[in-house]
Ligand binder design. Structure first.
Ligand code: 9YT
Length: 130
């Protein structure tokens, strides 16, 4: 069994800081669960274009408010506590926070550690074993 405390994890390299958001990776690829599990904070007033070309992600809003825009269609969905979205089509999207949003995120395949978004909004693919 794996038990980790978010507040402890935030004191370690599990906390990854980026421009306008941070992410504490509570479960990573090395935990061999088949997914990674993160608690992300999207800072108030920020907006981000993400495109996880190589991952599926589901996100549950714990607190805060904002929106997610599907960039292929222009459709905008409000985000508030209790709302979940899943990027089952590797959807390119814009995530905007009107107040700081705290979100629980799962990635499949799991991220390995320090990933931040590349220029195209994606995380690098997991390299297959040779
Ligand atoms: C919700 C979202 O996509 N936030 C960006 C960071 C990412 N979820 C992560 O690495 O935790």
């Amino acid at each position: 069994m794996i038990v980790r405390d978010l507040n402890d994890a935030r004191q370690t390299e599990r906390l990854v800081n980026a421009d306008g958001w941070d992410s504490t990776r509570l479960l990573l690829a090395g935990d061999d669960m088949g997914f990674s599990f993160h608690i992300t904070r999207i800072h108030q007033g920020t907006s981000h274009v993400f495109h996880y070309k190589h991952h599926f992600e589901s996100v549950y809003c714990i607190s805060g408010e904002g929106s997610i825009e599907e960039l292929d269609t222009g459709k905008v969905h409000p985000i508030r506590p209790g709302v979940m979205y899943a990027l089952d089509q590797h959807d390119r999207h814009r995530l905007s926070a009107t107040s700081e949003m705290v979100m629980a995120c799962c990635f499949n395949p799991p991220v390995t550690g320090q990933e931040v978004h590349r220029e195209d909004g994606s995380y690098a693919p997991v390299l297959e074993d040779a």
